[in-house]
Design a protein around this ligand. Structure first.
Ligand SMILES: CC(C)(COP(=O)(O)OP(=O)(O)OC[C@H]1O[C@@H](n2cnc3c(N)ncnc32)[C@H](O)[C@@H]1OP(=O)(O)O)[C@@H](O)C(=O)NCCC(=O)NCCS
Length: 171
């Protein structure tokens, strides 16, 4: 599956993506705002990520799907849907720091949300954001997601409970 978003493409991760994934994701500013992206993040982590997604693509029971944000064949970011159950899904995303502030992720999130609702027939797509992550909350607002409330101690980050802001788009 592939979705064209202006100059960018959302497409599956594949072998050969490892160097551009590692180059763009290996940043504390990305680790800080996400739950499952480690730092440092090198070729080994990128290879595990690509292999994991190749296995997912072959699994008919998969409840998760991840896309690379591809610019000219290189991975500059990623976004995915997880906890997919035929009715709803959670989304998550990241973008290489040097590409921030150009509206790339909002366009990608809009396209993925449309795909989730139109092609997959989901009624609810939601995202959880750390309260300090103003940019991500803004992305979701721009994509028509509504703020639903603060989930107190929703997750654990660096060994401590952290709150999450819940946003959702429904139809
Ligand atoms: C969040 C992220 C994906 C945004 O992607 P992007 O393509 O740069 O998004 P945008 O171009 O829309 O820029 C972010 C928006 O937030 C705003 N913003 C950024 N920092 C902000 C701050 N500290 N306070 C308020 N608004 C802020 C920007 O002004 C912009 O909004 P605008 O278009 O109304 O001016 C990117 O910053 C990222 O990868 N962050 C680290 C990983 C992450 O947070 N993932 C999401 C986890 S929930």
């Amino acid at each position: 599956m592939e979705i064209k978003v202006g100059r960018y493409r959302l497409r599956p991760f594949r072998r050969g993506d490892e160097p551009s994934i590692a180059e763009n994701i290996n940043d504390r500013k990305i680790e800080r705002y996400t739950l499952n992206i480690p730092h440092p993040y090198g070729l080994k982590e990128a290879r595990q990520w690509v292999d994991f997604n190749r296995r997912l693509a072959r699994d008919p029971k998969a409840t998760q799907v991840n896309f690379a944000i591809d610019l000219d064949g290189r991975v500059i970011g990623g976004l995915g849907m997880f906890r997919m159950n035929g009715h709803s899904a959670e989304i998550g995303y990241w973008l290489g720091v040097k590409y921030w502030g150009q509206g790339i992720v909002p366009r990608a999130v809009k396209a993925l949300t449309r795909y989730a609702m139109k092609a997959l027939g989901l009624r609810r797509v939601y995202a959880k954001v750390f309260p300090v992550n103003k940019a991500s909350a803004r992305v979701l607002e721009k994509c028509g997601y509504k703020y639903e409330g603060r989930m107190v101690k929703a997750d654990v980050k660096h060994g401590r409970p952290v709150d999450a802001l819940l946003f959702a788009r429904t139809r």
